[in-house]
Ligand binder design. Structure first.
Ligand code: ZN
Length: 148
């Protein structure tokens, strides 16, 4: 099995069985995101423990990549501080948009599967929607996020 198959399997798995899917009751913060290009919609909920994310959940509907990306995100950001999340966001953004991105794939764990998305520029916004939405939730933005 080569790396591409492995990445595809991660996306398929997280689309079929999204982790942390559902509403987080009494969330400390939440934000809504919409990608009109594809029709993806999601709401992201976070609970904090001081500066760190204690819990992250999401609900909504969208294409396989948007759901898998949100599922991977909720697993990846648990326990991370706002600063760590900001750095992770920068890495994911580079991974999705730059072919020669200087990103430590091994350090990203399962999130490295998102690198396959850059072969499909039209789907980059599907994968990045949840990350923009998380940013909004972290900054307590009141406006829904749109990728347009
Ligand atoms: Zn999509």
């Amino acid at each position: 099995m080569d790396l591409k198959d492995l990445y595809r399997d991660v996306i398929v798995d997280h689309n079929r069985n999204p982790r942390n899917f559902g509403k987080l009751e009494a969330a400390d913060s939440h934000a809504e995101g919409h990608n009109p290009l594809c029709g993806d919609r999601l709401t992201l909920y976070v609970n904090f423990d001081g500066d760190r994310i204690r819990e992250a959940k999401f609900e909504g509907s969208g294409c396989a990549i948007s759901v898998a990306s949100a599922s991977l995100l909720t697993e990846a950001v648990k326990g991370k501080s706002r600063e760590e999340v900001r750095r992770l966001f920068d890495q994911i953004h580079a991974l999705l948009t730059q072919h020669d991105a200087d990103v430590d794939l091994a350090g990203l764990g399962k999130l490295a599967a998102l690198s396959g998305v850059r072969e499909f520029p039209a789907r980059v916004k599907c994968a990045s929607l949840c990350w923009h939405t998380l940013n909004a939730a972290l900054s307590n933005a009141t406006q829904p996020v749109s990728t347009e």
